[in-house]
Design a protein around this ligand. Structure first.
Ligand code: NAD
Length: 284
């Protein structure tokens, strides 16, 4: 039996950006396994819809509106969850956005949003929840969403890629800090390859330079044609988190390929260069 069926058969799960995509998939899965799921999202409508779906399937879920780019909202969430539901068994810092465009053409507000959501959202999720977890002294799981992009380079996805490198490094150091203080808290870095979600939808690109739309369209089509089905991805991710794995992959072959390319880049100390796939994407 997969470990998630026992490890996550009860207790409280808090998932950010759970109103759509991978977060919603993980929320549905956690609900089906028997957890009480706190479905948080910046969109009230989306959070409510996912919580309602979980309840309709006989699960326990509560929607909470949270903008992860604001540290004080994560503090408020942590206090609210502990007051209403008690200790947290599973925290998934999932919310993230893709930003496309040349570094110098992305408006300041979009830069700030990308770094605040993708990096600071994860940092402050951990900062807000871990003191409660340590005080409770119970076994708990924290999973942060990086990406196979955490090991690569991609022009015009610079803001996103650098944020994922940061999240990967953050999770590695956090893992070691948990060992240092002998906390019963598992840390996982989730590195999805490509999962069918709304991350590349045109509506998700508000505030990007106009010329980002081609790259966004190509990525959306790639995702629609080759992406993993959401429910399948959520299932394997929950199983690996429950097993206490640090590296959590949706598509292990894609993860290995990205890591190999990174290792070769470091070993050869070559200048940054584009993969054939990246060349096609940016039309070279
Ligand atoms: N889909 C993939 O193939 C893929 C690959 C690698 C990594 N990831 C990562 O997985 C995570 C989820 O991505 P997805 O593809 O499901 O995206 P998605 O766009 O489908 O869903 C993201 C959700 O996050 C919410 N959100 C956006 N800004 C927020 C904020 N400030 N506060 C709270 N919620 C906010 C959105 O409302 C949405 O419901 C991201 O961190 C992403 O980088 C996804």
């Amino acid at each position: 039996m997969a470990q998630d069926k026992t490890v996550f058969s009860g207790g409280v799960a808090v998932i950010t950006g759970a109103g759509a995509g991978i977060g919603a998939g993980l929320a549905r899965r956690a609900g089906a396994l028997g957890m009480t799921v706190v479905v948080t999202d910046i969109s009230e409508e989306r959070a409510k819809a996912v919580a309602e779906e979980i309840r309709a399937q006989g699960g326990k879920a509560e929607p909470v509106v949270v903008d992860v780019s604001k540290p004080e909202e994560l503090d408020r969430l942590a206090a609210l969850v502990h007051e209403r539901f008690g200790d947290v068994r599973l925290l998934i810092n999932n919310a993230g956005i893709e930003t496309i465009g040349h570094v110098w053409e992305i408006p300041t507000a979009r830069w700030e949003a990308t770094l605040n959501i993708n990096i600071h959202g994860v940092v402050h999720g951990v900062r807000a929840f871990v003191p409660y977890m340590l005080k409770a002294g119970k076994e708990a799981w924290i999973a942060n969403l990086a990406s196979i992009g955490a090991f690569g380079m991609m022009p015009d996805q610079t803001a996103y890629i650098m944020s994922k490198h940061a999240v990967q490094a953050f999770s590695e150091c956090l893992y070691l800090e948990m060992e240092l203080v002998k906390a019963p808290i598992h840390v996982s870095s989730v590195v999805p390859g490509m999962v069918k979600t709304s991350i590349f939808d045109a509506s998700a690109g508000a505030g990007e330079p106009k010329n980002a739309s081609h790259h966004r369209t190509v990525m959306r089509e790639l995702m629609a044609n080759y992406g993993m089905e959401l429910a399948d991805a959520a299932k394997v991710v929950m199983e690996q988190i429950a097993a206490g794995k640090f590296w959590v992959s949706t598509q292990p072959d894609m993860t290995a390929q990205s890591l190999e390319a990174r290792i070769a880049f470091f070993r050869e100390q070559s200048a940054p260069h584009l993969s054939e796939q990246a060349k096609q994407l940016i039309g070279q």
